[in-house]
Design a protein around this ligand. Structure first.
Ligand SMILES: NC(=O)c1ccc[n+]([C@@H]2O[C@H](COP(=O)([O-])OP(=O)(O)OC[C@H]3O[C@@H](n4cnc5c(N)ncnc54)[C@H](O)[C@@H]3O)[C@@H](O)[C@H]2O)c1
Length: 238
């Protein structure tokens, strides 16, 4: 992005909790205006900062998503952080598709809606993938499929608008302490297994993912395009 931090407007889907909320705070504290979209805009995890506006919006509602993005007076960066996970045992007829729509289809829709604005400013997109982008999971097949899809979508979109200087990258978080992982953190056996497989032997913090997202949107990353940066304490190296 070529503009000074003070003028920037950042849209964060899933910006009302966890990694998205930390990302919203990261940009707001650097002086940007942030619009945070989520299902829980008034929830206890929603970021509180004068430069952050939280809006209740379901990213699967494509009409509302497109309308909201199109109405923005300017947009410098889109961060696609909204995501859900479902255990295979929870699958009803619609659950698999719900995960795919939330984690993957909505990313494409938000990116398409944001493109006209991003093209004007050589803006950027950062998608939140996962270590599950790299392997399958019998327990979470929809999650794994959606996050695998994010990698190829990121690489495809990195080519689509590159001629106008729009960069598209992703981060692949490992085990991060957020409301999404509260259940696992509270389970001593599961938590011990996770930590034993993570070389840094601790849970990551949402702010540590936000910092890498911030880097990918900064001039320091001006030649980084189509990259996926693991933020996982070394989990993928084992
Ligand atoms: N926490 C981890 O260990 C971890 C690891 C790898 C990847 N991730 C990914 O990071 C992203 C953020 O997860 P988190 O851990 O911060 O979880 P979280 O539950 O704290 O936050 C998820 C956010 O997504 C929003 N969201 C969910 N469904 C939505 C919908 N239909 N419309 C609008 N917003 C919706 C929620 O409102 C919330 O703001 C997700 O994409 C997740 O898959 C998390």
């Amino acid at each position: 992005m070529n503009n000074s931090q003070e003028q920037r407007t950042i849209l964060v889907t899933g910006g009302t909790s966890g990694i998205g909320a930390s990302t919203a705070l990261h940009f707001a504290e650097a002086g940007a205006s942030v619009l945070a979209l989520g299902l829980d805009a008034q929830g206890r995890h929603a970021p509180r900062h004068p430069r952050i506006r939280c809006i209740e919006l379901d990213v699967c509602d494509s009409g509302q998503l497109q309308q909201t993005i199109a109405a923005l007076p300017r947009l410098d960066a889109l961060i696609n952080a909204a995501g859900i996970s479902r255990h295979a045992q929870e699958y009803g007829p619609e659950a698999f598709l719900q995960v795919l729509h939330t984690n993957l289809t909505a990313v494409m829709r938000a990116s398409m809606a944001a493109a006209p604005q991003l093209l004007q400013r050589s803006g950027c997109i950062v998608n939140v993938a996962s270590m599950y982008s790299y392997f399958g999971s019998k327990d979470r097949p929809a999650y794994s499929a959606s996050k695998g899809g994010i990698l190829q979508l990121t690489r495809s979109l990195a080519q689509t608008w590159a001629h106008e200087g729009v960069r598209v990258n992703a981060v692949a978080p490992g085990w991060i302490a957020t409301p999404l992982s509260e259940g696992l953190m509270a389970d001593p056996a599961a938590s011990a297994t996770i930590l034993s497989r993570t070389p840094l032997q601790r849970w990551g913090q949402a702010a540590e993912v936000a910092a890498v997202i911030g880097f990918l949107c900064s001039p320091a990353a001006s030649f980084v395009n189509g990259a996926v940066i693991p933020v996982d304490g070394g989990y993928l190296t084992v």
